[in-house]
Design a protein around this ligand. Structure first.
Ligand code: ZN
Length: 259
């Protein structure tokens, strides 16, 4: 039994090219493109010979994907924090990745929340959501083998995991605008990259973090910390805008996040 897991996000999806598509009239179209990119990645995984593909509706609180629109061979993961998802998993992928907060010329760069998070660090090094995913699957011996997204997101991934397969589907023009490849080309790139990454999974290195590890969130505003302190066990405030926790090891995805 060989399984692949595909995380999804919305910002790095093909043909999503303006910020207002995250919330406004373009949101429904963006979600349908998310399904198309995901289906391309699922096809690529099966091309590479896996027996099963599980996927995560990862943007916001989920509910971006209509499961009926997804390749029926794939299953949706409901509890991403259950480490049992990694049983028999040989490869982890993500479609729709965006770059970490503060990246130059990166479409909708952010880490967890554009509204609140200025910076996120693991052991003192600024990281993005790619690193969070890589640290989680890496803790279970699973390599992060493929991403799709804009050029900046793919560059961030390749800098942490040399050899990762990348499907670049757009280039940012500043933060809130992107120039995209067309739908067919995007799906072709995603399918081919997914197949390539899964086929080379055993040669792609794990990305793991040294533990105990320090997880730090630096927020835009002090009031956000004011509201948070005391509500989340394990976190300590180190200055007006910063909270820190120490983890002994990565057990769930939650360990790398606020909650
Ligand atoms: Zn997102």
């Amino acid at each position: 039994m060989k399984k692949a897991i595909i995380m999804t996000d919305l910002e790095g999806i093909s043909l999503v090219d303006t910020a207002d598509m995250m919330t406004g009239d373009g949101y429904d179209y963006a979600c349908r493109r998310l399904e198309a990119d995901l289906n391309a990645a699922i096809a690529g995984c099966f091309d590479a010979g896996v027996d099963a593909v599980w996927y995560v509706d990862g943007h916001g609180g989920g509910k971006n994907i209509y499961p009926a629109n997804i390749d029926p061979r794939a299953f949706q993961i409901i509890d991403f924090n259950d480490p049992g998802i990694f049983d028999d998993c040989i490869a982890y992928l993500e479609t729709g990745l965006h770059a970490k907060a503060g990246t130059l010329n990166a479409f909708l760069d952010h880490t967890q929340s554009s509204a609140t998070v200025h910076d996120y660090c693991i052991n003192g090094v600024a990281c993005g959501e790619f690193a969070q995913g890589a640290a989680y699957c890496g803790a279970y011996g699973v390599p992060f083998v493929m991403v799709s997204g804009d050029r900046a997101a793919c560059g961030e991934a390749a800098a942490l995991v040399p050899g990762i397969a990348c499907a670049i589907v757009k280039e940012a023009r500043g933060r809130n605008k992107a120039v995209c490849v067309d739908a067919r080309e995007a799906e072709k790139r995603i399918r081919e990259a997914a197949c390539d990454g899964v086929e080379r999974a055993s040669q792609i290195g794990l990305w793991t973090i040294d533990c105990p590890a320090e997880i730090r969130f630096h927020f835009h505003h002090t009031w956000y910390c004011d509201n948070m302190v005391g509500t989340l066990p394990g976190w300590r405030r180190t200055d007006g805008r910063t909270v820190v926790k120490t983890i002994e090891k990565v057990v769930t995805y939650r360990d790398l996040n606020l909650c």
